[in-house]
Write a protein that binds this ligand. Structure first.
Ligand code: TYD
Ligand code: MG
Length: 430
């Protein structure tokens, strides 16, 4: 068991070290108070605690006490709104729009907004620019967690939501380390979670993270909170997706779609939002359908295959899982006998979105064949299907529903396991 924990990165060591071997910081390994508390506890006998119980019939059901955010897309991901006492961790890259999402959703409600990143004037300016009401919205720049919670107890009748923007700027006086270090994040989060449950106040904790992982601290909080939401989007695109990675009080497969405009985030309900040139057949392009939560969405996959001059051909993938694409390329090599190693292959999903569903497998292969043969796929066609290692095309979740929706939206043909059983049959299409 570790006796010394690095206050910067959380690395544990049985002996004291001057420099943390994990993060390289000097003099950050501290004998942990938590460890000492644990041993004290285990050596003392705890008093017998009397069983306390309550009839579940008397407990208010969750649905009734949901706090709506004002944004339907946000509520949908939360499972109908926030529950009093619930703690949500909202993660995302710096600048993706987390503060904007929260201000837009909660400025008109009775909330206390703690900001360590912007001043009261900046927040007021932003709320005014977004043309939001703010009568019951309170602002504070107190960053010590104990102070925040003490103050919250005094005004708990006035607010039912606490927003911490961000967890990297607050600190607890009971932990060493600078704000943003793993020990501070954990101590602060645990204090806030305790307060949320005790005062029956919903708490949203913002945590900056980056895809490449240079900022990853808030990830260590995921198992502590009730709900983890990730707000994602590319810098070059205005689309933003809100996904639940964990949700104790709602679904985890729903996504909320937003578009960042001059006056904040607007909700996107059109399933064809990511397709701007549906009418046109082009070489290397395939439209795929997938369900995200309860709705069907359609995306454009573009593949460019060009003869390679490299010993090891290049593979660049954006918007799909890289390893999954490599796996599908291997399937194509085997079953369509294509010399793919002579080609550099670039794959992109239009709109800067990430597709997580396996329903896009068939579309990826179709777009690759289209690029290799330099011929477009049939006009207004949709591809939906998971492709197995044997080249077989498999059913996907809610396939019939997506196909029905595609027909309604004007697609002419849908290719799926209902009319294609193996990727070899794609050869007849182009
Ligand atoms: P912000 O919410 O500050 O990001 P985060 O809190 O995740 O760091 O969003 C900042 C970006 O959003 C910034 O680049 C400007 C842009 N933005 C708009 O395009 N329109 C708007 O109405 C607002 C408020 C921000
Ligand atoms: Mg912010």
């Amino acid at each position: 068991m570790a006796f010394f924990i690095c206050t910067q990165c959380g690395y544990g060591s049985a002996s004291w070290l001057g420099r943390c071997p994990n993060c390289g910081e000097f003099n950050t390994l501290k004998e942990t108070p938590a460890y000492l508390r644990d041993t004290e506890k285990s050596s003392k006998k705890e008093e017998v605690k009397k069983l306390s119980f309550t009839s579940l019939n008397k407990i208010q059901s969750l649905k009734k006490s949901r706090l709506r955010t004002g944004l339907f897309e946000f509520d949908r991901v939360l499972g109908g709104g926030l529950i009093l006492g619930e703690v949500v961790l909202l993660t995302g890259e710096p600048g993706v729009g987390k503060s904007t999402l929260l201000l837009q959703s909660f400025a008109p409600l009775a909330a206390l907004y703690i900001s360590g990143e912007e001043s009261a004037e900046q927040i007021k300016g932003r709320i005014d620019r977004l043309r939001l009401k703010k009568n019951n919205f309170l602002f504070s720049d107190t960053l010590q967690v104990e102070g925040i919670i003490d103050g919250l107890e005094e005004i708990k009748d006035k607010v039912n939501l606490l927003i911490i923007d961000s967890i990297q700027t607050v600190y607890s006086n009971q932990s060493d380390g600078t704000p943003g270090s793993v020990s501070q994040l954990k101590e602060s989060a645990l204090k806030l979670i305790g307060a949320a449950k005790r005062l029956k106040i919903a708490v949203i904790i913002v945590g900056h993270i980056t895809k490449s992982g240079e900022i990853a601290g808030p990830k260590t909080l995921e198992h502590l909170v009730d709900c983890v939401l990730n707000f994602e989007g590319e810098k070059v695109s205005n689309f933003r997706l809100l996904r639940a990675g964990k949700n104790r009080f709602g679904p985890t497969d729903e996504i909320g779609i937003f578009e960042m405009k001059d006056f904040g985030l607007s909700e996107v309900t059109n399933p064809l939002i990511f397709l701007d040139r549906l009418e046109k057949s082009e070489v290397g392009k395939a439209i795929v359908g997938a369900t995200e939560g309860k709705r069907s969405l359609f995306f454009e996959i573009q593949t460019l295959a060009v003869p390679s001059v490299l010993a090891i051909p290049r593979r660049v993938v954006k918007g799909l899982d890289y390893n999954k694409v490599l796996l599908l390329l291997a399937v194509v090599r085997k079953y369509l006998s294509h010399p793919l190693d002579k080609f550099d292959i670039y794959v992109n999903v239009v709109g800067g979105v990430n597709i997580k569903s396996t329903a896009s497998d068939l579309g990826l292969i179709a777009s690759l064949l289209s690029s290799l043969k330099n011929l477009p796929l049939p006009n207004k066609s949709l591809f939906i299907g998971e492709v197995g290692l044997l080249g077989e095309i498999r059913n996907v979740y809610q396939q019939e529903k997506i196909i029905k929706e595609a027909n309604r939206l004007g697609f002419k043909t849908s290719y799926s396991s209902s009319n294609l059983s193996h990727i070899k049959m794609l050869k007849n299409l182009i």
